[in-house]
Ligand binder design. Structure first.
Ligand code: SF4
Length: 189
């Protein structure tokens, strides 16, 4: 396991998959490194690639607003990362080979942060981290415990922007997340 400095340096010069050829920035992650809650998306989009930070642009603004509803923020108490750290061209889903190449960095981040709760944002992250046949429309908001970490998934902010009818379900899921934080976390609130 690498320490933060070595991990960040290794990621930022990584050439382990073809996404290195088209990226502008490696999007390493953002948030306090002692967070008890981690949010994990699938990979950077265009704005994220240009700015080097996860979940910026319209989807990022919506995510920040969702988090604010339950008193969370990337500045204060959640760490936000992605399954792959470089942007897949045209925002396609990251290939399994790309996920396989990159997932070790995320695992290293999880090992350093040791979160109590991991929230997958969208289907791809949930399929990778919770179970391969995860059905986001049916299973979002459900909780499983894996190796002492509580895990759930919410709809991806981009999916909520495309389909606002997902908002009420997401509100319920956020309230359940708040409840779980109060149950298992010690310094998030
Ligand atoms: S996506 Fe991950 S594995 Fe691929 S080049 Fe970027 S940092 Fe390396």
């Amino acid at each position: 396991m690498l320490n933060w400095e070595a991990l960040e340096q290794t990621c930022k010069s990584c050439q382990k998959c073809a996404l290195a050829d088209t990226r502008h920035n490696v999007v390493f992650g953002v948030g306090p490194r002692n967070a008890e809650v981690m949010l994990i998306g699938e990979g950077p989009g265009e704005n994220e690639d240009l700015q080097g930070e996860p979940f910026v642009g319209r989807g990022g603004k919506l995510l920040d607003a969702m988090l604010e509803l339950i008193d969370l923020s990337r500045q204060r108490n959640v760490y936000i990362g992605n399954i792959v750290k470089c942007r897949p061209p045209q925002n396609r889903d990251p290939l399994n080979t790309e996920q396989d190449a990159c997932i070790g960095y995320l695992r290293n981040q999880v090992a350093l942060i040791r979160p109590k709760i991991i929230v997958c944002l969208g289907r791809i992250a949930a399929m990778r981290l919770i179970k391969p046949d995860y059905k986001i429309t049916k299973e979002h908001g459900q909780w499983v415990e894996k190796s002492g970490v509580w895990m759930t998934a919410l709809y991806h902010p981009a999916a909520i922007l495309r389909d606002p009818s997902k908002r009420p379900d997401t509100f319920v899921d956020l309230k359940e997340l708040e409840k779980k934080i109060r149950e298992v976390c010690t310094h998030t609130y």
